[in-house]
Design a protein around this ligand. Sequence first.
Ligand code: PXP
Length: 239
Amino acid sequence: MKRLGVNIDHVATVRNARGEIHPDPYKAALFVKKKGADSITIHLREDRRHIRDLDAKKICSIKKLLVNLEISTNRNIVKNALRIKPKFICIVPENRNEITTEGGLDLKKNKNKIKKIISQFKKKKIRTSLFVNPNIKDIYLSKEIGADCIEIHTGHFSNLIKSKKSFIKEYLKIKKCAILASKIGVEVHAGHGLDFKSTKILTKINEIVEFNIGHFIIGESIFYGLPFVIKKFKRIIKN
Ligand code: PXP
């Protein structure tokens, strides 16, 4: 069964724009769960530009809510995440000047560091995932490092679709990586830049069992509301 993870970072972005307490990401986490999200994702960035420590702590304390906490390899962030104890973590690269996560991890360069971080979370029985580019070498490295899952960065794929360019080559790259990962025992997720169209195409890849989607869901909800948008994504993913 394929799952939908809803990223609620941009609820915090809207809140922070006013410097007040509304809209509340904690309330959003409860609401999206009620409306059908299988899990929620939050990214505790080093600059705390959206989700903050207190948000993460409160959201991760919600019983029966599966929270996927995205973190960088920064020592303090890792320490905080171990204290916050989410159900899942996803390690992502982070660059202060980026608008959003621009690519997958450089696993070759950071292999030992990431391996150590993964073992710390595994000891606490937290599911571990690595945000990777659709690259065969990174799939083997993810397995070697001990990750339970990979999340394939779909940003390039999504951009090709949005700009009406040929996406077949990128689609086949993602498919090949997903098949390999699944074969070697690493669960496959996908995320970044996804909308209705790109998600629908990726559902043809059976090995992808989880989609993590944020910006489009929050943006589209301005017009149609979260319940409608979540319901539509669930329908796409389940078909
Ligand atoms: N997955 C990961 C690992 C991410 O870093 C992000 C962006 O925070 C997403 C999924 C969601 O991307 P988008 O907001 O473009 O849907």
